[in-house]
Design a protein around this ligand. Structure first.
Ligand SMILES: NC(=O)c1ccc[n+]([C@@H]2O[C@H](COP(=O)([O-])OP(=O)(O)OC[C@H]3O[C@@H](n4cnc5c(N)ncnc54)[C@H](O)[C@@H]3O)[C@@H](O)[C@H]2O)c1
Length: 262
């Protein structure tokens, strides 16, 4: 028996990186998983790769997490496939570094929309389904070290990730009466495609001179002495999706190798 056997889960931002790893780890421990992403073609490929030998326990769904209708259709599709919704990961997120004085309204709105509003809508629509089922459930949000400290070249990203913390607390308070827990986890620096983009952007705005520099500088301050791989994150995410974490709610678990001791 896996830790999440028989649980019906949705993971957003699951076409690559941390989201994909979360979904695959859940499958490995017996869950049914909807891999959801705005990149519908790529997430369909992910499911084609993972589905072999797993008896249709994975489905793919194209979704823009900022669009309530699409989010509610994704939940309906998951319930049609697996009969219910037990666990919802609000993991999709974006970053687009800009020097603090250059941050534009467009940059702010794009990041806050996906990382903030996307989490709000994801929590609301998942909770409505769980309340209708009367089963309780678990909502798990992806925060960041940028939820604990403001960094200079990514101000809107930090603001959006601090928002994830407060949304996790507000949701936990409101949804406890329905036996729904809301938690989050906060990675530090994880080697994913997001970091490749961030690296390019930092060089473009003059905040880094060569590829990999920013990551190396961050790594120098990590007690574990290295940046994370997505696999470093999934022991905790599966724990948060499992009954082992049933008495936790409103909390953010740091998984940053010891970067921010708060
Ligand atoms: N990589 C890191 O170092 C790091 C650190 C802390 C937190 N995080 C957070 O972890 C999460 C995943 O990051 P990652 O590194 O795997 O990023 P990634 O860029 O590799 O993957 C993010 C995925 O989200 C999808 N996405 C973007 N906008 C979307 C939308 N509107 N609707 C649905 N899907 C959308 C993308 O298509 C992509 O597949 C994000 O919330 C990120 O902020 C990452």
């Amino acid at each position: 028996m896996g830790r999440v056997s028989g649980r019906s889960c949705i993971v957003t931002g699951a076409a690559q990186g941390i989201g994909r790893a979360i979904g695959e780890a859940l499958l490995d421990e017996g869950a049914d998983v909807c891999f959801a992403d705005i990149n519908a073609a790529k997430v369909a490929e992910v499911v084609r790769d993972t589905q072999a030998g797993r008896n249709g326990r994975a489905i793919a769904c194209g979704v823009d997490v900022t669009d309530r209708t699409q989010v509610s259709e994704m939940i309906a599709k998951t319930v049609a496939a697996f009969g219910k919704l037990d666990v919802k990961f609000n993991n999709a997120g974006v970053n687009k570094p800009m020097n603090f004085l250059d941050v534009t309204e467009e940059n702010w709105r794009m990041i806050m929309d996906i990382n903030g509003l996307g989490v709000m809508i994801g929590m609301q629509e998942a909770a409505k389904q769980m309340i209708a089922q009367g089963t309780g459930g678990k909502i798990i949000n992806t925060a960041s070290i940028a939820s604990r400290q403001g960094y200079d070249n990514v101000a809107p990203y930090c603001a959006s990730k601090w928002a994830v913390v407060s949304l996790t607390q507000s949701g936990a308070r409101d949804l406890a009466k329905h036996d729904i827990t809301v938690t989050g986890f906060a990675p530090g620096v994880v080697a994913t495609e997001m970091w490749e983009d961030v690296d390019r952007d930092l060089m473009a705005i003059g905040a880094a001179e060569r590829p990999g520099q920013a990551m190396e500088e961050f790594a120098a301050g990590i007690l574990k002495g290295r940046v994370a791989k997505p696999a470093d994150i999934t022991g905790t995410t599966t724990f948060l999706a499992s009954a082992d974490s049933d008495y936790m709610t409103g909390q953010i678990v740091m998984i940053d190798g010891g970067m921010t001791l708060v």
